[in-house]
Design a protein around this ligand. Structure first.
Ligand SMILES: Nc1ncnc2c1ncn2[C@@H]1O[C@H](COP(=O)(O)OP(=O)(O)OP(=O)(O)O)[C@@H](O)[C@H]1O
Ligand SMILES: [Mg+2]
Length: 577
């Protein structure tokens, strides 16, 4: 059992999370300071040690320590002795730092057309009328073959639509300049919150997250989320977008020996706060369906009541830390948490939940037959990475040694709507598809040396320390990456006048607008060619109309721009594809 399972802790017997059922999702809950983050770290390290890459948002900054060898923290050492973990030693895990703002990690970007009008409208807090106009803007861009990659593409497109409002109104329905003005102002607000940097290229290739280091450890992708949490809407929408991307991109694989990717969703209540019923059923649906794509989703929350029942019912692997029971609401939470477990005759779960110490939890995982084990009271195993944050210099060193160093740092600004509409197309700049040579994820090693007690007792990677956690670097990090951005063009022709409206005319930017199918069979994604991007954009427009109608039916009208609504629309978008 120890070679295909993560050792999570010990009660009377060892408690293991079986890798083959890790895609049956999970929950880590407990009051503040009870050990949730440390448990998450232990489990994430376990996945990594078995060659499973993971993604987690680092809300308080204290997960960054996973990139540094720990093993000396007195509490961790004491716990290792208590649990008699042989060979307990620190280990620095291969960490990839990400940051939407590009400050504490590699920037994460996606294109405006990837996000689509549905999610974009929710991000911009548009009402139904404004969202309708935004849909037209996306549709016109499609028809004109204009790529919407970054904010200035969207701005230029909005401007162009405003200038041609009367001819467009005939074809698409009312396009008012005032509404366009409102959308432009909303865009400015998101820009001021730092949202602008999230849109553009090179867009995130999921394959870059789903990789292993040379010794076979799965990458631990840590998203800096402290600043992001100040814009909870952006945080929740981004995580949902990422989940939807995984859902859309990964092929069906059925049940595997171990998951392909594990997604930890911290502060999960943000996803569900004020969420209407229909949204919950959609999230429930995605969570259910993503399982057969080899993805495990683990929610982390203080209170299990934060997670709606339909979702909670799907979280098969449970770790419940202590809860307080001061108020009636607290007591209800304790009761619910206790009732979600299969009872154990040895003790009363509800009483025990209030008595648990720090780093102690009630746990229940699926057994070899996929049946939940009776609840056990358990001491959680200590992580091998550092408990607590990495300092800035350590983080900077990890980022510099990352196999992705250089790949996402510079914005690649290829020809798209803005350049075409402002007459700044430079010859030869069309159709450049950056980063075609992005490396495929390396194959995990088979995990020899991972013998005793699951992930513990493994030998640290043999690569010399100076080469960094990802092994020796053979070439300049940028050599296999995206080409340098095209020079900030003096236009090939002297500044040409702004083009006349060219409704339904062939577009210069896309010589071969043949729709290409969205690649679904790869574990990750190469940056898209223009053809693929266009095909997706077209697909999203169709989806959007259906999704918008569905969302309207669900939410009625008005501004009710909750995170929940944006999420539903995004998820609807991906499901209806
Ligand atoms: N399994 C463990 N082994 C050893 N020490 C632990 C363990 N779990 C928790 N601790 C200790 O308890 C401290 C608090 O744990 P942790 O940060 O995980 O709590 P938390 O529930 O995430 O809190 P918050 O809700 O404030 O984020 C840790 O810094 C560590 O010292
Ligand atoms: Mg915590």
């Amino acid at each position: 059992m120890t070679d295909n399972a993560i050792f999570v802790g010990e009660s009377d017997a060892d408690q293991y999370l079986l890798l083959k059922y890790a895609n049956r999702h999970g929950l880590i809950a407990g009051a503040t300071g009870t050990g949730k983050t440390v448990t998450l770290q232990t489990i994430a390290e376990g996945f990594s040690a078995f060659g499973v890459p993971v993604f987690m948002a680092d809300v308080k900054g204290d997960l960054s320590g996973v990139s540094q060898a720990g093993g000396t923290n007195p509490k961790a050492v004491e716990r290792a002795q208590q649990l008699k973990i042989e060979g307990y030693a620190g280990h620095a895990f291969p960490t990839i730092f990400w940051d939407l703002f590009g400050e504490k990690g590699h920037p994460i970007r996606t294109t405006v057309s990837e996000v689509g009008p549905v999610l974009m409208a929710r991000l911009l807090q548009l009402n139904d009328t404004q969202e309708g106009v935004l849909n037209i803007v996306f549709k016109v861009a499609d028809e004109q073959g204009l790529l919407l990659l970054d904010f200035k593409d969207l701005q230029a497109m909005l401007q162009w639509v405003a200038e041609n409002a009367s001819s467009l109104t005939t074809e698409f329905g009312n396009v008012s300049k005032q509404t366009i003005g409102t959308i432009q102002r909303a865009l400015l607000t998101l820009d001021q919150q730092g949202g602008e940097g999230f849109f553009g290229e090179p867009a995130l290739a999921l394959a870059d997250m789903m990789r292993c280091d040379p010794s076979g450890y799965g990458a631990i992708n840590v998203l800096a989320a402290d600043r992001l949490m100040q814009s909870p809407r952006l945080y929740a929408t981004f995580l949902l977008w990422l989940l939807s991307e995984l859902f859309e991109t990964l092929p069906e694989v059925g049940d595997l020996d171990k998951p392909k990717f594990v997604f930890f969703f911290d502060e999960a209540h943000l996803l569900f706060d004020d969420a209407p019923k229909a949204l919950l059923s959609r999230i429930e649906q995605v969570v259910r369906l993503i399982r057969s794509k080899g993805v495990g989703v683990y929610f982390i929350s203080q209170n299990p009541l934060d997670i709606p029942e339909t979702v909670l019912g799907q979280l098969a692997n449970r770790v419940q830390h202590a809860l307080r029971a001061f108020t009636p609401k607290d007591q209800k939470a304790v009761k619910v948490a206790a009732e979600t477990f299969r009872p154990n005759k040895k003790f009363d779960a509800a009483t025990t939940i209030t008595e648990l110490g720090v780093g102690e939890a009630l746990v229940s995982f699926l057994d070899a037959k996929g049946v939940p084990e009776p609840v056990e009271r358990c001491f959680i195993a200590p992580p091998r990475g550092r408990i607590g944050p990495a300092i800035d210099a350590e983080r900077a060193a990890v980022i510099a040694a990352s196999p992705l160093a250089g790949k996402y740092d510079k914005v690649v600004d290829r020809t798209s709507a803005y350049e075409v509409l402002t007459g700044r197309v430079s010859a030869g700049a069309q159709g450049t598809s950056p980063g075609e040579a992005a490396p495929a994820p390396s194959t995990p090693a088979s995990g020899e040396a991972l013998r005793r007690r699951g992930q513990y007792g493994s030998v640290p990677p043999t690569a010399p320390a100076s080469s960094g956690p990802w092994g020796p670097r053979t070439s300049s990090p940028t050599s296999t990456q995206a080409p340098a951005p095209p020079p900030a063009a003096p236009p090939a022709e002297p500044a040409s006048p702004r083009p006349e409206p060219r409704l339904k005319k062939a577009q210069t930017a896309d010589p071969a607008p043949e729709p290409a199918p969205k690649p679904r069979s790869t574990g990750g994604r190469q940056p898209d060619s223009i053809g693929v991007t266009m095909a997706k954009a077209a697909g999203r427009s169709i989806t959007t109309v259906v999704a918008r109608e569905a969302a309207k039916a669900v939410f009625g009208k008005g501004k009710g721009a909750s995170i929940g609504a944006s999420v539903l629309r995004g998820v609807l978008g991906s499901i209806l594809k």
